[in-house]
Design a protein around this ligand. Structure first.
Ligand code: FAD
Length: 524
């Protein structure tokens, strides 16, 4: 016999399998042989925090159905090839789906494999160097590899989201992602998952080429028939282009080829870091903090200021702020967390929506760089701000920072609080050198968050500059149905870099969709 129960529990009652079994025995009068959690979420809206758990209790026998289906390996060695450029979530999930559909993916990735990438990332702090081909944005696993691995998305495509989560589990992710309302994997677990995906692709007869940067498209009669690489190779086949939002050379190459792009808005701001204990106190309404049974608290804030959205972005509870530049003359920050979200800090991007037409309303000093066509004006702005940020960081690996309340009061910070940002912080008046278009709205956004959550606006928090890589500054136009580029057959712009995704899950969903459309046209 099985019974499904919807429970509203205190954190200590939902702490583990034993405490849950005790609750089920209390509720049903019978001790279960096994439990399977179907849904779990935290409700911290009231003074008392509850954990809502939906579970299935098994009383007579253990469950026979597996949590998720086994991964199916299919030999695609002799099958038609498709080129996948980029091994981020978009590219990897496209490659895995191509295999399911009987095509042979050839994945071309400019960066190194995920474990070698760890060394390049460590070198950013150890040697103060950024490898432009292997860093927090480039390399196997893409921008999502060293992240919080948050897997929630605003996508309404429930079935597709579930498929992606199952795919992660098939490659070693914790099955809790299937039932948690806010699933995440963690930066310490993601590389193993990504490595298993690569082994899967190669094991089925696909190819993965690292250190191989695409530098051109082969185009004949309005059809993309392959790519060229900086290593002098040519790969032939239709192309899924999943190069992410940081591959500025790709956008430049596309405009040189006359490929149709359109300018798109982005969001720009800073990383804000609080002590996690302070966020726990605010979110869980408890002076004593979260206690042993609740996870590091999260937050999301959204408001409007001066006609533009101001919002928190990509929050990393119990995480670290990291240097996410892709070139040595930039300063860009982002965030990541381990699976246990156990650090002393809570960080999140705080960004202001910026539309292409807004660029005319302020001016950034010329910090060098090549002139770009009009369609890349937003990308040019990102680059300029990142270079300006590095100048304000003293041209080293440190990042410029200011205490939050000082920023709101337009006051310099004489000393900074301790931070998770391991390259180090340099006190800097962000209110002074960042465009007023952004700083005035951030100020409003912080005040608005503090009205909802008293104590949020505090000098215990520090703002670190700059957060610019939030989404793609252009969209590579494609047909809504076939997902093919609007003028070029054989080209499938995919994922975040093409302007059709924001985050790991939505990039993965888009990768699968592009693979399906490509296979329908070229699968034979
Ligand atoms: P990317 O992941 O950017 O992958 C693009 C790949 O293409 C890269 O591997 C790159 O090296 C490769 N490439 C680029 N140019 C070329 C070329 N010319 N030739 C060959 N290869 C090329 N999202 C979440 O949902 N949850 C999170 O917790 C989260 N945390 C993040 C933390 C950090 C530090 C960062 C930077 C991003 C985070 N994101 C997070 C965003 C998320 O990572 C991206 O939305 C997602 O990775 C986009 O997937 P993608 O495949 O479209 O592109």
């Amino acid at each position: 016999m099985t019974k499904d129960l919807q429970l509203r529990l205190l954190p200590e009652e939902a702490a583990n399998d034993d405490t849950l079994r005790a609750v089920v025995a209390r509720e049903t009068g019978d001790a279960p042989r096994a439990l399977r959690i179907l849904k779990r979420s935290i409700d911290a809206r009231q003074r008392t925090v509850y954990v809502n758990v939906t579970l299935r209790a098994f009383f007579d026998e253990e469950p026979t159905e597996p949590l998720f289906p086994e991964v199916e390996l299919r030999d695609v060695s002799g099958r038609p090839a498709a080129i996948v450029v980029g091994a981020g979530p978009g590219g990897l999930f496209a490659a895995l789906r191509l295999i399911e559909l009987g095509m042979r993916p050839i994945v071309v990735e400019r960066g190194r494999e995920v474990n070698e990438r760890k060394r390049d990332i460590a070198d950013i702090v150890r040697r103060g160097t950024i490898d432009p081909e292997s860093n927090y944005c480039f390399g196997e696993g893409g921008a999502g590899a060293f992240s919080d691995g948050k897997l929630y998305t605003r996508s309404k495509k429930r079935g597709s989201v579930e498929r992606i989560l199952i795919r992660f589990c098939q490659h070693g992710a914790n099955p809790a992602i299937l039932y948690d309302a806010h699933p995440h994997i963690g930066t310490d677990k993601l590389p193993g998952v990504i490595e298993r995906m690569r082994r899967h692709i190669i094991g089925c007869g696909g190819e993965v080429h690292f250190g191989t940067c695409m530098d051109g498209l082969l185009i004949h009669d309005d059809e993309v028939t392959g790519i060229t690489t900086r290593t002098g190779q040519e790969f032939r086949g239709p192309v899924i282009l999943a190069t992410g939002h940081s591959a500025r050379d790709v956008y430049r190459m596309l405009t040189d080829h006359g490929v149709t792009l359109e300018a798109k808005g982005i969001a720009v701001g800073v990383r804000l870091e609080h002590p996690q204990a302070l966020i726990d106190r605010i979110r869980y309404h408890r002076r004593e903090g979260r206690g042993p049974h609740l996870p590091a608290a999260e937050y999301t804030f959204v408001s409007q200021a001066g006609g533009r959205g101001v919002y928190s972005f990509c929050m990393c509870p119990g995480g670290f702020v990291i240097p996410a530049s892709t070139a040595p003359d930039e300063c860009v920050v982002n965030g990541m967390s381990p699976a246990n979200r156990g650090s002393r800090w809570a960080n999140a991007g705080w960004v202001v929506e910026l539309r292409p037409e807004d660029l005319a309303s302020f001016h950034l000093p010329d910090t060098g760089g090549e002139p770009v066509p009009e369609v890349l004006a937003m990308m040019d702005f990102q680059e300029r701000l990142e270079r300006l940020c590095r100048i304000n960081a003293g041209q080293g690996v440190k990042a410029p920072a200011q205490r939050m309340a000082d920023f709101v009061a337009r006051r310099n910070s004489s000393a900074l609080p301790s931070s998770s940002f391991s390259p180090g912080l340099l006190a800097s008046p962000l209110h002074f050198w960042m465009p007023d278009f952004i700083t005035s709205r951030l100020r409003e956004g912080f005040r608005s968050a503090d009205r909802v959550s008293r104590g949020f606006l505090t000098n215990e928090a520090v703002m670190i500059g700059v957060e610019t890589r939030t989404s793609s500054p252009v969209r590579i136009l494609r047909d809504r149905e076939t997902l093919r580029h609007v003028t070029l057959r054989g080209l499938y712009p995919c994922g975040e870099g093409a302007g059709y995704a924001g985050g790991i899950v939505s990039a993965a969903i888009d990768g699968e969709r592009c693979a399906e459309q490509l296979a329908a046209a070229y699968g034979g």
